[in-house]
Design a protein around this ligand. Structure first.
Ligand SMILES: NC(=O)c1ccc[n+]([C@@H]2O[C@H](COP(=O)([O-])OP(=O)(O)OC[C@H]3O[C@@H](n4cnc5c(N)ncnc54)[C@H](OP(=O)(O)O)[C@@H]3O)[C@@H](O)[C@H]2O)c1
Length: 500
């Protein structure tokens, strides 16, 4: 199943893509393969070139080689495109880097007919984002939008490290670029099945009427990873699970699952509704926050059949680190639709499976006509939206078991993306880069959206810094600490752990 087998994509206007961080991990592992796939689908602009800017001492040919090595099995269209790659070796703190960039861009406009249109991609260390945007402005490379050539900028995650820094970053970006020029990336939004939440909810008459507090008893959103911190120990130990996963990916999935129907599936409609939902997330008084939160760190354990070390034994981790590798919380959405419905979220590393799933659990029937012993194997009805892997949707409901006795059991009605459509979902970066080339904002975060997500997260980070709630532990390969089960059990609920 290759992406080439999929439908035709629109062709963006002529432009130059400038990648800051051209020699980095994100560029080689994600951005260049995504561009190669778009080239194979004939979905790049007719007149197009890529300029890489980084510290490594490469020249144009060195960057072309890097491009080919990053996508070894690419079709000939990729080799042709890489032939036009240009590279600038320079510090982002140095004005001459941008003077050179300006000349190279003008040269490409002349030779490749790229018409002065630019897409800058900040695929570098986040502390350099402010320096880079200011430098682009000072070099006259951040044209305001208007009738002339367009200039757009993609900003990688993380977008700040707390609410204040996110506000500062927005202020600084807006000094150099108009909001319409800015594309804040969260690659979760590029996943087909995240977008399918919109299709499921707003293209079907059967779901929306029951998508509310009258029918749903609780929502559960899990973003679980089997991986540990790998080579990112030093970064992760500063960030932790809440900054790494909750502020961005989990907040986005919560918003898309619970938001109101938009008037149109377009950038304004969808992003307005997501912001409204995030604004309605109520944390309650600070002293209750820690009762509704769990934070934990993994101990040594077993993943599959492999023994793995505990977090504190991993490379790059401070010996007495208190950084959480697991977080769970009970949120409340204070609006007409969701008042009183607990929304449970959890994320963690070294958990039993790598899986992202949304579960909506339905209320019980108003009167149970069956006897208790007949319903022993009956779980509450629930709808599972599997975002990755094995993307699909599952509806669990009760059925009569075969036989003369009237015993009930939960059974599954299943839809699988791969089985139905016969194609693998496109890589998220491929979709998002194509949208940025087209100038389509729908799957990118707006300034207020990034800030609202931090508004929710900040109080947790403050409490964690005070050691509240106390850090617990869980064995690698489990579904997290016992405290996470207690969080739900207090309300009579249980996690729906994904089937292995
Ligand atoms: N890696 C991932 O899987 C991943 C996933 C999601 C998001 N992201 C985000 O993507 C961004 C980049 O991450 P990464 O993992 O690719 O980082 P990385 O591997 O450390 O790459 C950083 C890049 O920036 C360049 N650079 C650093 N300081 C510079 C300076 N002062 N002047 C000029 N160039 C400089 C480096 O050049 P040299 O190497 O040539 O020195 C390198 O090309 C981050 O915001 C990260 O959070 C990464």
């Amino acid at each position: 199943m290759t992406s080439q087998a999929r439908y035709a994509l629109a062709k963006p206007d002529p432009q130059v893509l400038v990648i800051f961080g051209a020699s980095g991990d994100l560029t080689t592992r994600k951005l260049l393969p995504a561009l190669a796939s778009l080239a194979a689908r004939d979905a790049l602009p007719e007149h197009f070139s890529v300029v890489g800017v980084a510290l490594s001492e490469l020249d144009d040919n060195g960057f072309r080689d890097l491009g080919r090595a990053a996508v070894p099995d690419a079709p000939p269209s990729w080799a042709t495109l890489t032939d036009s790659f240009r590279y600038i070796c320079g510090h982002y703190e140095d004005a001459t880097t941008f003077a050179t960039l300006k000349k190279v861009l003008e040269d490409i406009d002349r030779t490749c007919s790229t018409q002065g249109n630019r897409l800058y991609y900040l695929a570098t260390i986040p502390s350099l984002f402010p320096i880079l945007t200011q430098a682009l402005k000072q070099a006259g490379l951040s044209n305001p939008p208007g009738s002339g050539p367009f200039t757009r900028i993609v900003v990688e995650k993380p977008f700040g490290s707390d609410l204040d820094s996110a506000i500062d970053l927005n202020v600084m970006l807006h000094e150099c670029f108009d909001e319409h020029q800015i594309f804040r990336i969260d690659h979760y939004l590029g996943k087909e099945t995240v977008q399918n939440l919109l299709a499921l909810r707003f293209a079907n008459a059967i779901f929306e009427p029951i998508w509310n507090r009258r029918y749903i008893s609780n929502a559960q959103i899990t973003v679980a990873e089997q991986l540990g911190v790998e080579h990112r120990g030093a970064y992760y130990d500063k960030a932790g699970a809440v900054r790494d996963m909750v502020q961005n990916h989990l907040a986005q999935v919560v918003a898309l699952t619970l938001m109101e129907p938009p008037a149109a599936i377009d950038p304004l409609g969808v992003r307005d509704e997501k912001v409204k939902l995030l604004r309605a997330v109520e944390l309650g008084p600070p002293h209750e926050l820690s009762q509704r939160t769990v934070r934990a760190q993994y101990d040594a354990g077993v993943i599959g059949t492999a023994a793995v070390p505990g977090y504190l034994e991993e490379e790059g981790i401070a010996p007495a680190s208190e950084t959480e590798t697991f977080a769970a919380a009970q949120l409340h959405v204070d609006n007409w639709r969701w008042a009183g419905v607990p929304v449970y979220i959890r994320t963690g590393k070294r958990l039993a499976q790598t899986v992202t799933e949304v579960v909506l659990e339905f209320r019980e029937v108003p009167h149970m006509a069956f006897k208790a012993h007949q319903a022993r194997r009956l779980e509450p009805n629930h709808l599972v939206m599997r975002i990755q892997p094995h993307e699909g949707i599952n509806l669990a409901f009760g059925a009569k078991e075969p036989g003369e006795s009237f015993n009930l059991r939960s059974v599954d009605m299943h839809f699988s993306y791969a089985d139905t459509f016969g194609v693998a979902p496109a890589d998220a970066y491929e979709r998002l880069i194509h949208d940025a080339l087209l100038g389509d904002h729908m799957l990118f975060l707006r300034a207020d959206e990034a800030e609202q997500a931090w508004r929710i997260i900040d109080p947790y980070l403050d409490a964690f810094a005070q050691g509240d709630p106390p850090l617990s532990t869980y064995p690698a390969g489990s579904w997290g600490p016992h405290e996470a089960d207690i969080l739900l059990a207090r309300n009579g609920h249980e996690w729906h752990n994904p089937a292995p």
